[in-house]
Design a protein around this ligand. Structure first.
Ligand code: PMM
Length: 261
């Protein structure tokens, strides 16, 4: 899964049309490099981020979703808002990637209505405050139990089991140690039977491992270590910025493990 963030920073130069074209171009490039799906997001979920009104989010993402689906590229929409998800599904998106674990009660029925796929992610708290003081007794068990409960609730709302993937939500209401513990125990999530998605690409915990002075765009080798270990543990989907590198890593790990890629 290639990350395509269409947030205001990407609108800072060249005007709106140029930015939409550039975003579509980047999505096409990632698909050519081996991404099976492009994850389009218009609301930053970084720690401290403020919510974005639905109208702004729609304006940012829908032209990009439409441009990619018109070119035959599979798209997931990274949103927690049912109105944004609906517009993206109408524009051809196949998957809803909801970092709030389908918190809005309209979301699961919407996914069911479109027979769409869904990524259910775990987050403790809200982006604005989630890193203030995350606390767990047993982070791996609590994340697993939450994901199972949300997946079952989605099924009860009509989402088919085979349409659901689960995600531990690296960096979402987790300390450095919580993130490492989850990454060490991904097989516990794999054992739920749902495909597991991992989003560790360029995240802050990697910056800390690397000593605090490596900026996000330079954290791809560290991201690669998480990708290799995740695939080895049975993770089905990795959400990454650097698709070309990740395709090489995935093919290599799967060949060594004797799995089809
Ligand atoms: N991380 C971010 C945004 N969306 N979605 C899923 N399913 N899992 C993630 O880990 C995830 C996500 C934030 O990362 P970014 O700012 O680099 O996109």
């Amino acid at each position: 899964m290639g990350v395509l963030n269409v947030t205001p920073d990407s609108f800072s130069d060249g005007g709106r049309y140029a930015s939409v074209e550039a975003a579509i171009g980047h999505g096409v490039e990632m698909a050519g490099q081996g991404a099976g799906i492009i994850d389009v997001g218009g609301e930053s979920t970084r720690p401290g981020a403020e919510p974005v009104p639905a109208r702004d989010e729609l304006e940012r993402v829908i032209p990009v979703v439409a441009g990619l689906t018109e070119r035959g590229i599979a798209v997931s929409i990274d949103t927690a808002k049912p109105e944004v998800a609906r517009a993206a599904l109408e524009a051809g998106a196949l998957v809803v990637n909801d970092v709030t674990g389908l918190a809005d009660p309209l979301m699961a029925p919407l996914v069911a209505e479109f027979s769409a796929g869904v990524v259910i992610m775990h987050m403790q708290g809200q982006p604005r405050t989630m890193q203030d003081d995350p606390h767990y007794e047993d982070v791996v068990g609590e994340v697993r139990d939450y994901l199972l409960a949300r997946a079952r609730a989605a099924e009860e709302a009509g989402v088919r089991r085979e349409c659901i993937a689960v995600d531990p939500g690296i960096g979402f209401g987790k300390t450095f140690e919580h993130n490492l513990e989850l990454l060490r125990n991904l097989q516990v999530l794999v054992e739920t039977g749902y495909p597991v998605l991992l989003g560790a690409s360029r995240k802050a915990f990697l910056g800390r491992i690397l000593g605090g002075s490596v900026p996000a765009p330079e954290r791809d080798p560290a991201t690669g270590a998480t990708v290799a270990l995740a695939i080895e543990q049975g993770v089905a989907i990795v959400r990454v910025h650097n698709v070309a590198m990740t395709t090489q890593i995935a093919r290599t790990v799967e060949s060594i493990l004797g799995r089809d890629s």
